[in-house]
Design a protein around this ligand. Structure first.
Ligand code: EPZ
Length: 420
């Protein structure tokens, strides 16, 4: 199994280019099932989850042609459509559940594996199933699979999500595009990745518009047209590198990224002392000599502070000169990185979903174990500022969502190498 060796402390200096967003590309790829004709998707990140989604689409009957650098795919239909989304693929990449809405909308049937839980939580899909049922999907769960079918096409209706859910919003938008009639979705998640999915579907002829802050109106159409689309850049990767620059007292230029997508995160980094200059498509961030603490940071749905940057900010607040508190309000078990940070010398106390961080940590290098995608990158950040040589094991977690991260970090001054 691959691991990283990181020799710290390093200062981050230079320029970074951000890859395409994994969490925008996954629903967009799943929704290609709705299309009759060829669809071209550009700016795909070369990460494991994208490979898994493409394999899932191939298993369902899509023909995938790659560009040389594998960042562009052309997707067309094989004549024989398949409706079985297997556990072997869906369990490793939870977003596999997003093919359910597309298969039922397009083909009126699907046998899709329940995604199962993961380390950060049980990750149920009840909001997905309740919404698709309201659109007319009949289903029963047998041996871990959702056996779904509909008599004829799905029917537009009014749906209000009882809790804001990124995946359930995406699944229902996708399904409603080909339903008969109008669907009104209330209490939707509005993450930028969902806006990217909507922009993609509209370019293909879907009729979707916001009629309220979290309310969508979707008018079903008969079919979608051929389309070529470039996926948005990854805001969580951008936030991760901004934290890295801040943490190391370095200076980083991030190009081709709209800073408005991480307004909340940038204002938090200014609060801890970073100097940030932004223009339309660029961020220039310099880290402070002294990092200030944040007395109460709560993860919430967009546009509030994102749970996917919680672990990274925790490393930053370990270095702050004072006590900080982070409350994780989205997932029930997203503090796996804490035990590993303690091995580097962090003083963090967990009480339910709250992490009390002492600050002024003098990280010392250690051998570490990755647990989930964002926890793993937090360990890399901590190792970058730790004194000595750290080993980070099981970095396959990282490879699921960060493209070429060691090359990008080496280019801005980090002493990191991948070994087997
Ligand atoms: C998406 O997961 C992202 N994944 C996650 O990123 C991200 O952390 C999460 O949204 C929150 O922003 C992708 O986009 C592929 P949710 P998702 O439905 O859709 C509960 C990463 O690191 N819930 O908004 O699964 C759920 O358990 C990943 O890139 C139900 O109870 O998130 C969670 O507690 C990690 N029933 C909360 O709602 C449901 O039917 C929010 O989940 C659905 C969700």
């Amino acid at each position: 199994m691959h691991k990283f060796i990181v020799k710290g402390p390093c200062k981050i200096k230079g320029e970074i280019s951000i890859s395409g967003s994994k969490n925008a590309a996954l629903p967009i790829l799943a929704s290609t099932i709705l299309f009759e004709k060829e669809v071209t998707i550009k700016n795909l990140p070369r990460v494991k989850d994208i490979d898994t989604m493409l394999n899932l689409l191939k298993s369902l009957g899509s023909v995938i042609k790659f560009s040389k650098n594998k960042k562009i795919v052309k997707i067309t239909k094989k004549t024989k459509q398949n409706y079985f989304a297997s556990y072997s693929l869906v369990r490793t990449m939870r977003a596999g559940i997003l093919v359910l809405g597309a298969l039922v909308a397009k083909h009126q049937k699907s046998v899709t594996s329940l995604p199962g839980g993961c380390l950060i939580g049980a990750r149920p899909v009840n909001y997905h199933l309740n919404a698709l049922k309201k659109l007319g999907m009949k289903y029963e769960i047998k041996k871990g699979y959702i056996h779904a079918n509909t008599k004829g096409k799905l029917k537009g209706t009014k749906i209000r999500f009882s809790k804001i859910s990124v995946g359930a919003t995406e699944n229902t938008i996708i399904a409603a595009c080909l339903a008969n009639g109008i669907t009104i979705l209330r209490n939707c998640a509005i993450e930028p990745e969902i806006i990217d999915l909507i922009n993609f579907l509209k370019l293909g002829g879907a009729r979707i518009k916001f009629i309220g802050k979290r309310t969508l109106k979707i008018e079903g159409v008969k079919s979608l047209e051929s389309v070529s689309y470039s996926v948005m850049p990854d805001r969580i990767e951008t936030g991760t590198f901004c934290v890295a620059a801040c943490l190391t007292g370095g200076k980083l230029k991030i190009k081709n990224f709209d800073p408005r997508l991480i307004k909340t995160e940038l204002s938090l980094l200014k609060k801890v002392g970073a100097k940030i200059i932004t223009s339309k498509k660029q961020i220039l961030i310099s880290g402070p000599k002294k990092i200030k603490n944040i007395t109460n940071l709560v993860t919430k749905e967009y546009p509030s502070f994102p749970t996917d940057l919680q672990a990274q900010f925790m490393v930053l607040l370990c270095k702050a000169n004072g006590k900080s508190l982070i409350t994780e309000s989205i997932f029930e078990n997203r503090f796996m990185h804490v035990a590993e940070l303690r091995r580097l010398g962090a003083d963090i106390t967990i009480k339910k979903n709250k992490a009390f961080i002492s600050g002024n940590t003098d990280f010392q290098a250690a051998e570490l174990m990755s647990s989930d995608l964002r926890a793993s990158v937090a360990l890399v950040l901590a190792a970058i500022v730790a004194k000595g040589s750290s080993t980070i094991n099981r970095i396959y977690h990282l490879d699921r969502g960060y493209e070429n991260i060691e090359n990008k970090l080496q280019k801005v001054g980090v002493n990191i190498k991948r070994t087997h």
